[in-house]
Ligand binder design. Sequence first.
Ligand code: MSP
Length: 526
Amino acid sequence: MEKKTFYLTTPIYYPSGKFHIGTAFATTLTDCIRRYKELRGFDTYMLTGLDEHGQKIQNVAEKKGISPQEHVDEMAGKAKDLWKLMDIGYSDFIRTTETRHIKAVQKIVEIFLKNGDIYKGKYEGWYCMPCENYFTDTQIVDGKCPDCGREVKKMQEESYFFNMKKYQDWLVKFYEENPHFIEPESRKNEIFNNFINPGLEDLCISRATFDWGIQMPNDPKHVLYVWLDALTNYITALGYLSDDDSLLKKYWPADLHIVGKEIIRFHGIYWPIFLHALGLELPKQIYAHSWIVMKDGKMSKSVGNVIYPETLIERYGLDATKYYLLRLMPFAQDAMFTPEGFIERFNSDLCNDLGNLLNRTIGMMNKYFDGIVQALSSTKTDFDDELESFVYEKIKSFEECMDTYHVSNAISEIWNIISRTNKYIDETAPWILAKEDNKEKLSSVMYHLVQNLRIIAILIKPFMQETSNKMLNQLGIRDEEFMTWESLENYKQLPNNVKVIEKGEPLFLRLDKDEEIEYIRNEMKK
Ligand code: MSP
């Protein structure tokens, strides 16, 4: 049977500076969902890349004394290095300066021109240079950019416009019919209150004041406004309007666009309208996550509060870093990074809860049964049935959370299994069963511990692949069949040749709290 496809995307990043943990979060989240979908048997396609045009990039390159192309080439190399370090399994990395993208975008503009969606006019408005975006009098907040809060400048220029007004009614109807198109709902409400309900403005889509962009095919002194260029990456990467659009046929419409909350307007208004105007199907869902912020607000080099993923990965490992980022971020609110929080979670969740559970189990297995997992005995302890139903319930709820992209909640469910299993050891007191020579009950306890750890190792796969491998290896589970999602239902069947390793290596080594907090703080100041 052919696998169901799942196409998911990250935003394409501005290569203006080094990526911090906020940028790394979006990619980690997307990759985690991709891996989960793979585990569930989907044929996934994950797109990421760089948004390389626009005045901001031109300015950064000028400051460095190199050409914009040289700058973006250098940054593309760095971005790919980072995703490699983070083991991000993207299927394609699109750069908006690539010919495949430029050609397709120009064809898209030609279609819009032909259909009368684009017209030439004069634009005057409040321009935010860093956001490369114009705002109206009513949109600016206290004379500042409503998106980033920085200075805006009154500017006027001859420009091309996309006729958004024409699609207002269609868009409203679309949202009535697809109320869950944007998650969380609060983000949808924001764009309705701020942009759709007051009535859409036509969108200025070209600039003649700088030249680092895709030229308008009919008027080359104008380059495209960066958002029309950027948004279309999701289809140009699949070969839209190229000689080979087999990927588009296979994967479009996208199942999920993951974006940060500040760019939901572009994805929730302009992108659906562009697609509709092209006669293409709309993506199935957009998830707009919130931000990772610091105690003193947004991460910023000048404040000295930026933390880079490399800092955490090099010192604490990739799995701990991914675990922390994903567990930290709630579904709809901002999350605060603190060095204290990071070290606390490392020591308590990873060392104490997970690491100790594995270690104790391996130790007891060797002590009581020479490491060999016994077949499930018919004599149970008083706690076994309840433990089994608890685990099944938590697997179900993990699944529900992951299917609705509540990743932090999903991870909490795994840790609920871990805590429950640790409690099970205290309840059943295997050392007493051993003293009483109650082999039957003792083997049932050990069987449940190994099973739960196997289940935990499968559930953490989407974000802690290495730890998962280490756990399965220590448990002696070699058979692929017992590493799959489907095998989660096989509580009652473990192969009878399972032998845990003789001496388990700790998964995570406990950190000295004060020393490490100090270390992270110093890194943030660099
Ligand atoms: N180039 C546009 C996206 C175009 S998509 C067609 C852009 N790039 S960006 O580099 O500025 O941001 C990329 C993503 O990183 C955004 O989704 C943004 O929300 C996310 N993050 C940047 N800082 C962040 C945090 N501090 N926390 C979480 N995510 C944040 O926007």
